[in-house]
Design a binder for this molecule. Structure first.
Ligand code: DC
Length: 230
């Protein structure tokens, strides 16, 4: 089994940037599991299926082809061959993704797809249940968090950069609602895995976040064997 680093945590805690930079520096693959739930949410939206009907959502998932490609800094996601990298980042898709992600049968299917990616070599994966459910035997497990104000300000800036005008109050409410759903669902709730290193990114620069995780990976006994081979 390939060397895996898992990064879990709530929305806008800094997971994506940390995971991408880490993957780039280590020469590992990058796996954004949230993008899978987002792509499914987009498919559900486009086909007019309701998230309140688990069987309909599962049918959409079974009929969809979600694929990842590219490098960590230019990761692309396709839904049935169509590039949806940007289309899955809207607030509407975020909300729906959190709802479809609470359906156990859907999770089972998407987790199976996510595990297949490990077969291709060492990777850095990010999401909510990577250290607890998807890769419980991961070599390094990280739990990233930051206070709500910091996370809301970050997400607001990110959306504005994408040309989506939003107020910080609305973003804050969205984050609170989704995180609370992600934490309280019965199947694979968001939580820190046993033995995970907790990193609070509130006052940390991006470089400091990456360095904190990089040190842990590089000091792992199994790292020597994959160094330079990825
Ligand atoms: O990380 P993100 O915001 O792109 O994730 C979108 C939604 O998908 C989020 O509300 C939680 C859900 N998700 C999940 O349940 N499990 C994962 N491993 C990743 C994301």
């Amino acid at each position: 089994m390939s060397f895996v680093v898992t990064i879990d945590g709530p929305s806008a805690a800094g997971k994506s940037t940390t995971a991408r930079m880490l993957a780039e520096r280590l020469g590992f693959r990058y796996l954004d599991t949230g993008a899978f739930y987002r792509a499914l949410a987009l498919a559900v939206l486009e086909r007019g299926a309701g998230p309140e009907d688990p069987a309909a959502v599962l049918a959409v998932a079974q009929a969809s082809r979600i694929e990842v490609s590219g490098s960590p800094s230019r990761a692309h996601l396709t839904l049935d061959g169509r590039d949806v990298t940007d289309a899955i980042r809207t607030p509407e898709v975020s909300e729906l993704a959190s709802r479809v992600a609470a359906i156990p049968e859907v999770r089972r299917l998407l987790v199976a797809w996510q595990r297949q990616i490990r077969e291709a070599g060492p990777l850095v994966g990010e999401g909510r249940d990577l250290g607890t459910v998807v890769f419980p035997d991961a070599e390094v497990k990280i739990y990233l968090d930051a206070d709500l104000d910091t996370r809301a300000a970050r997400r607001c800036r990110e959306l504005q950069t994408r040309g989506i005008a939003v107020g910080v109050e609305a973003v804050r409410e969205d984050l609170e609602r989704r995180d609370s759903r992600d934490r309280s669902r019965e199947d694979s709730p968001l939580m820190a895995a046993d033995g995970a290193l907790h990193v609070d990114t509130s006052g940390l620069s991006m470089e400091a976040q990456v360095q904190a995780v990089l040190r842990v990976v590089q000091s792992h006994p199994a790292y020597e064997a994959v160094r330079g081979t990825a």
